[in-house]
Structure formats: structure tokens, C-alpha cells
Ligand binder design. Structure first.
Ligand SMILES: CC(C)=CCC/C(C)=C/COP(=O)(O)OP(=O)(O)O
Ligand SMILES: O=C(O)c1ccc(O)cc1
Ligand SMILES: [Mg+2]
Length: 303
């Protein structure tokens, strides 16, 4: 337990009985929460009035919602995957795979997370409530995709970037589709890059247990596909900038994010698991660069 506890302050301060639940939610690995929250934050920030910061009340609600939904997503994922995870070195110590928690425990934990998530959802406008509730369909079915398609990363993209639609709706009352659809597309292209880098860690195990991924599909050609999807991400971001009448700070942030992706693509060693993990985790900085550009642009639009 000591090793599992050596994570962040939160993990170290929890009572023993809650540690497996925190591991089930992957609170010791917050990167997934950042990747889920950043598209929400971009979208909330884009909806800010000229001269204004993003609506911080919304940022707080979506931040808490991202922790809960990502925790719920990991719980559902690991319920589906518990037999696969037990056969793979990297995942065999997960609470469901190792038997520290029973599926029944996990379902209770899932119900608690979804109920708390509902408390947050109910504070949003009706438009966002419908969008938020529909995202659950994507979250619940995502784990099936690695069993039926070579492109589960694309489905994760649809799921993880839903916040690009929802944040704007929550902050502005409704979606401006010309602004949010290209942003959603850019996010999906981004996910295809970072989750394929993530999946390269597991390509040997995935082949053995029969799990599909773009890492296996693209193999040695992965970097060429990354270049294409980074390009599409850039096009989507340009579309959002154009549709929202953004200024130079926005485009600087977008260019910085694409530059970060270019650095990852050039430097990642796809045969080296720890390097894939490090590049995957660095995507919170890539997303934060765009967020900084959007916030600066909205602030400068007021002067
Ligand atoms: C909100 C959502 C959908 C959360 C789920 C995110 C998640 C666990 C992705 C990785 O699944 P995986 O089975 O490909 O990876 P791992 O090998 O880490 O289980
Ligand atoms: O939530 C996670 O741990 C996570 C998120 C996105 C990924 O691409 C992989 C894992
Ligand atoms: Mg899994």
C-alpha cells in the first residue's frame, strides 16, 4: 500500500479504506481529468464577453464535474476491462483486476460519482443539461470500442471533447455551432494523437489480449498519421478563431499548442513506454497553451 500511497498529497491523506476507491477513480493519475477539463475550459473562455475572464463559477463547476466524470469513466472502463487488466503487467494491480474491490463495490462507487455529478449538472441551464446527460452514452460505451473497432481513439475523442460543446452552452446559454464545432473537431484530432501515443505503451499486451487500437493499426506509420491529425487540429482551431472573430493572442495560443504537438511527434520514441507516458502527460501543457491564448484574447478584446 505504501507504494500506491506515494502519489499526491490527496492519496497520502486518505483513510486506508478509501484508497482503493481513489485508485479506481485514478485520483493518483490526474492527467485524464485535465484532458477532460481543458476542452470545457477552452469553450467557457471563448464564451466570455470582451474584456472579461472566463466565468469562474462555470470553471469551478466543470472542474469538479471533470473529476467526477473521469472517475466514473475509469470505473466503467475498468469494470468492462477487469479480466483484460488482470492479464497485463501495467494494469494488474488495479483494484478490480487485483480483487481489492469487487464489481459490486465499483458499481456502488459509480452510483456515488454519478449522483454527485448530477448535483453539478442540475446547476446548469437546460441546454447544457441535455448535452451533459447525452455524454453519458458516450462514456458508458467507450470501453466496448476497443473490442469492435481499430479506431477506439476516435470514439474517445468524441467523448473527451464533448466539453468543447458543453462549456460554451453553459456559459452563453446555447452553442454557437460555427465556433464550437471546429473546436470539437480540433479536440478529436488532438485526442487521436495523444491517446495513440498512450496506446503505444500497451501495443504488445493489446495484441496478446486482442484489444484494438490506432497504435496497432498505424504501427510504424504512426508519426505520419500524427502529422495529419495535428494539421487537422490546427485547421479546426483556425476555424474557431475565424468564426469567433479572435485576435492575434488566440492565434498565438493555437500556434503554441500545435508547436507543442509537433515537438511531441518529433521527439516521442514510440518503442519506449515511459517516454510515451511522459509525452502523453505533457498534453496538459499543450492544452493549457491554447487556453492561455483564448483568455488573453478575450481580455484584450475589451481594450
Ligand atoms: C470519461 C471517460 C470515457 C474515461 C475513461 C478514460 C480511460 C480510462 C481511457 C483509457 O482506457 P484504456 O482501457 O484504453 O486504457 P487503460 O489501459 O489505461 O485502461
Ligand atoms: O483518464 C485517463 O486516465 C485517460 C484519459 C485519456 C487517455 O487518452 C488515456 C487515459
Ligand atoms: Mg483498460
Amino acid at each position: 500500500m505504501a507504494a500506491a500511497r506515494s502519489g499526491n498529497l490527496l492519496m497520502r491523506s486518505l483513510p486506508d479504506s478509501l484508497v482503493p476507491y481513489a485508485q479506481l477513480m485514478r485520483l493518483d493519475k490526474p492527467i485524464g481529468t485535465w484532458l477532460l477539463a481543458l476542452p470545457c475550459f477552452w469553450s467557457i473562455a471563448l464564451a466570455a464577453s470582451p474584456g472579461h475572464l472566463p466565468d469562474l463559477h462555470m470553471v469551478a463547476l466543470f472542474g469538479a464535474g471533470a473529476v467526477l466524470l473521469r472517475g466514473a469513466g475509469c470505473t466503467i472502463n475498468d469494470l468492462w476491462d477487469r479480466d483484460l487488466d488482470a492479464r497485463v503487467e501495467r494494469t494488474r494491480t488495479r483494484p478490480l483486476a487485483a480483487g481489492t474491490l469487487t464489481p459490486r463495490d465499483a458499481i456502488v462507487a459509480l452510483a456515488v460519482q454519478l449522483s454527485l455529478g448530477l448535483v453539478i449538472l442540475l446547476q446548469l441551464n437546460d441546454y447544457s443539461k441535455v448535452l451533459g446527460a447525452s455524454s453519458l452514452l458516450l462514456v458508458a460505451t467507450y470501453p466496448l470500442m476497443k473490442r469492435i473497432t481499430d479506431w477506439p481513439q476516435a470514439y474517445l475523442g468524441l467523448t473527451f471533447n464533448w466539453g468543447a460543446l458543453m462549456g460554451y452552452a453553459a456559459a452563453a446559454g446555447a452553442c454557437d455551432w460555427h465556433v464550437v464545432l471546429p473546436l470539437y473537431g480540433a479536440g478529436i484530432a488532438w485526442t487521436l494523437v495523444y491517446d495513440t501515443i498512450y496506446a503505444h505503451q500497451d501495443k504488445k499486451d493489446d495484441k496478446v489480449v486482442g484489444v484494438k487500437s490506432t497504435a496497432l493499426l498505424w504501427g510504424e506509420r504512426s508519426k505520419a498519421w500524427f502529422v495529419m491529425f495535428a494539421g487537422l487540429c490546427g485547421l479546426g482551431l483556425a476555424g474557431t478563431g475565424w468564426a469567433s472573430g479572435a485576435g492575434p493572442a488566440y492565434y498565438a495560443g493555437a500556434a503554441a499548442m500545435i508547436g507543442h504537438l509537433a515537438w511531441q511527434i518529433r521527439s516521442v520514441d514510440l518503442g519506449n513506454g515511459p517516454d510515451c507516458m511522459a509525452k502523453f502527460v505533457s498534453n496538459k501543457e499543450a492544452g493549457a497553451l491554447l487556453l492561455a491564448g483564448i483568455v488573453a484574447d478575450r481580455l484584450m478584446a475589451g481594450v
